[in-house]
Design a protein around this ligand. Structure first.
Ligand code: ATP
Ligand code: MG
Length: 254
């Protein structure tokens, strides 16, 4: 079963009213493979993430997570199965410390053993776990600060820590570097790469900066007007004539 893809999507489509936004998308993401979804503005990337993460059910098609049919399952159920997406920045608690922000998902994650929670020993274990997650994303030194005091890039790292605390197998990241300055972008991207390599977490991200995409993704899917235009390695996508056309407005030489 080890070669069961972490994500398999068959003929996925979604419409808002009569307006078909994504159409007939079939893709497979192997476990641990850092994957990117790219496409011009309005291509349907966020819609795709919303559907796959259970925000709303698809109008058509099937979604399989680790071989299991998850089509139409709500987001909270998918979270408990190990499929997470990054949350918006507003979902971090500004008046809690960075450490407490990570404690919240840990408490939810381990709530099955709720009664054990009253034991100090287990509480200590949870704090240790929270610190471990903060160490993974490189912001352990900020643990005691209130989340709202952090720089923007660090807040996004808290968001990443909150996601990782749930020990996800698949993480959907819709523009994880949006609004970041070049150093913050560089830090976030090397973190994603490192987490992917060290822990085998599968990341599936969108990113507008093509240099970033080509440097980290093992496999790239290209959406254009809601249709899957191309699939391939960065080297294949870089020279793909239709992709160049879609991005460069017809010039294949730019
Ligand atoms: N809730 C909605 N109701 C109706 N139309 C929508 C809705 N959300 C998105 N759309 C439309 O669906 C299309 C795809 O939008 P989507 O946000 O998925 O694109 P995107 O690839 O994420 O774009 P961007 O790169 O700008 O983030 C656009 O034409 C958009 O206007
Ligand atoms: Mg979008």
């Amino acid at each position: 079963m080890s070669d069961t893809p972490v994500l398999k999507i068959d003929n996925l489509g979604h419409s808002y009213g009569k307006f078909m936004v994504i159409e007939d998308i079939s893709i497979t993401v192997p476990k641990g493979e850092l994957t990117a979804l790219i496409g011009p503005n309005g291509a349907g990337k966020t819609t795709f993430y919303n559907v796959v993460s259970g925000r709303f059910p698809p109008s058509k098609g099937k979604i399989f997570f680790k071989g299991r049919d998850i089509t139409g399952m709500p987001a909270h159920k998918l979270v408990s199965l190990g499929l997470l997406r990054s949350f918006q920045i507003t979902n971090i608690f500004p008046n809690l410390t960075v450490l407490e922000n990570v404690m919240v998902p840990l408490l939810l994650h381990y709530k099955k053993g709720y009664s054990l929670w009253h034991s100090l020993k287990n509480e200590k274990a949870l704090y240790a776990k929270a610190e471990e997650v903060l160490e993974k994303v490189g912001i352990l030194s900020e643990a005691k600060r209130l989340a709202h005091e952090l720089a923007y890039g660090d807040k996004r790292l808290v968001e990443m820590a909150i996601v990782l605390a749930r020990e996800p197998e698949l993480v959907l990241l819709d523009e994880p570097t949006a609004g970041m300055n070049p150093e913050e972008t560089e830090r976030m991207i090397s973190l994603i790469k490192e987490l992917s390599e060290r822990f085998g977490t599968t990341f599936f991200l969108t990113e507008h900066d093509m240099n970033v995409v080509f440097s980290i993704a093992k496999r790239i899917f290209v959406l254009h007007h809601g249709i899957l235009l191309a699939t391939g390695t960065p080297a294949e996508i870089r020279i793909h004539p239709e992709v160049r056309k879609a991005y460069l407005g017809g010039s294949a030489d730019a």
